[in-house]
Ligand binder design. Structure first.
Ligand code: SF4
Length: 128
């Protein structure tokens, strides 16, 4: 194992609400005994797009030893969730609140935050 970015869950803050489970496209997070857990570290790509959905601030990204991200297993898990109809969570632009039915959304990392921004607001983000 080598060190890499991966999601960290603060058990003290986690209420087990489950809001983070579906936004994890790869299915790396599940609720076990009332708390969110990373059940398969190889499915977490460390992108951090689950962070913004946690109402308690219990999710963050840390660097620690973990199995390498397994893209093939993550795609398989993602397809499986699609087939079960479990995966679609509507996201919205953090600048204008347009959702993905109104404009394409792109993931961005900025000042340690993982956010979604729509293509209409992207120029404003780039040029200020
Ligand atoms: S969204 Fe936050 S509080 Fe809710 S289960 Fe996930 S980590 Fe816990």
């Amino acid at each position: 194992m080598r060190k890499r970015q991966i999601v960290k869950i603060d058990e003290e803050l986690c209420t087990g609400c489950g809001e983070c489970v579906l936004p994890c496209a790869e299915g790396a997070i599940q609720i076990i005994d009332g708390k969110a857990r990373v059940v398969r570290e190889e499915l977490c790509d460390g992108a951090g797009f689950c962070i913004g959905v946690c109402p308690e601030g219990a999710l963050s990204i840390e660097v620690r030893e973990a199995p390498d991200f397994d893209e093939s297993a993550a795609k398989k898990a993602s397809r499986s969730r699609d087939e079960k109809g479990e995966r679609f969570i509507r996201q919205s632009c953090y600048l204008c609140s347009s959702d993905e039915t109104e404009a394409p959304l792109l993931p961005v990392r900025h000042k340690g935050e993982s956010r979604w921004v729509c293509t209409r607001c992207l120029p404003r983000l780039i040029h200020g």
